[in-house]
Design a protein around this ligand. Structure first.
Ligand code: ADP
Ligand code: 5GP
Length: 214
C-alpha cells in the first residue's frame, strides 16, 4: 500500500440529522431547494400539515396535506418526531422515514419552525441545529410580502413572531444569514461537510486505519 491510506476502507458513513430553522419568510424553503439540487446524500424530510396548499405546492413534495382528523390520529400513534401548531395549523415531521434514512447512513434535513427544533433538540441532542436569519427585519417583511401567499393579518403575525423567535439563536449550533442566496446555500453545505470531519465519536476508528498503514 506504499504507506498510503486506503480511503475505500472508510467506515460506513454515519447519517446525521440537520435541522434548518428560522422565522417564516427567511428563505428556508428557497435555500433547501437549492441544496437538494446539488447534494445527493441528504434526504429532506417531507412534513405533514393541516394548512391548505399554496399555488405550485405538490402533495408529497412540499408537504403531505392532510385533514386535522388525520393529523391527530398520527399524533395518537406517536408517529411524529415532533409536531407543532404554527399559525393555527399543525405541522409535523413523520418519524419513520427519518429513522430509516439515518439508519441507512443518509443525512436527513428537517426544515421546521423554532418550536419544532427545540422539541427535536430534546430527543436528538446530537442533531446539528442551523438558524437561518434574514439580513434585517425590514427585508424579512419585504420577502413575506413579495411571496404574496399570506393575507395582511398573517404577515403581521409572522413579523411579530419573528422578533421573538430570534431570541432562540443561542440554542443553535450555527447561524447563516440569507442575504445572497448562493452564499447562504454554500455556507449551509459547508456546515454539512464540516460536521462529517468531526473527530468526536470517530477518533478510535480513524486511528485504527493508521495502525494498519504502519
Ligand atoms: P421560508 O421557507 O423561510 O418561509 P421562503 O423560502 O418561502 O421562506 O422565502 C420567502 C420569500 O423570500 C420568497 O419569495 C423567496 O423567493 C424570497 N427569498 C428567499 N431567499 C432570498 C434571498 N436570498 N434574497 C432575496 N429573496 C429571497
Ligand atoms: P409555511 O406555512 O410557510 O410552509 O410554514 C410555516 C412554518 O412551519 C415555517 O416556519 C416552517 O419551517 C414550519 N414547518 C414546516 N414543517 C414543519 C414541521 O414538520 N414541524 C414544525 N414544527 N414546523 C414546520
Amino acid at each position: 500500500m506504499n504507506g498510503r491510506i486506503d480511503s475505500s476502507k472508510d467506515n460506513k458513513r454515519e447519517g446525521k440529522l440537520f435541522i434548518l430553522s428560522g422565522p417564516s419568510g427567511t428563505g428556508k424553503g428557497t435555500v433547501v431547494k437549492q441544496i437538494l439540487k446539488t447534494c445527493d446524500n441528504v434526504a429532506l424530510s417531507v412534513s405533514m400539515t393541516t394548512r391548505a396548499s399554496r399555488r405550485g405546492e405538490v402533495h408529497g413534495e412540499s408537504y403531505y396535506f392532510v385533514s386535522q382528523e388525520e393529523f391527530e390520529k398520527i399524533i395518537d400513534k406517536d408517529g411524529f418526531l415532533e409536531y407543532a401548531k404554527v399559525y393555527e395549523h399543525y405541522y409535523g415531521t413523520p418519524r419513520e422515514k427519518v429513522m430509516q434514512d439515518l439508519d441507512a447512513g443518509r443525512d436527513v434535513l428537517l426544515e421546521i419552525d423554532i418550536q419544532g427544533a427545540m422539541k427535536v433538540k430534546r430527543s436528538f441532542p446530537d442533531g446539528i441545529f442551523i438558524f437561518l436569519l434574514p439580513p434585517s427585519l425590514k427585508e424579512l417583511r419585504r420577502r413575506i410580502e413579495a411571496r404574496a401567499t399570506d393575507a395582511q393579518d398573517v404577515i403581521d403575525l409572522r413579523m411579530s413572531k419573528a422578533a421573538e423567535e430570534i431570541r432562540y439563536l443561542p440554542a443553535y449550533d450555527y447561524y447563516v444569514i440569507n442575504d445572497d442566496l448562493t452564499e447562504a446555500v454554500e455556507k449551509v453545505k459547508s456546515i454539512f461537510s464540516a460536521e462529517h470531519q468531526r473527530v468526536d465519536q470517530t477518533a478510535e476508528r480513524i486511528m485504527e486505519r493508521y495502525k494498519e498503514a504502519d
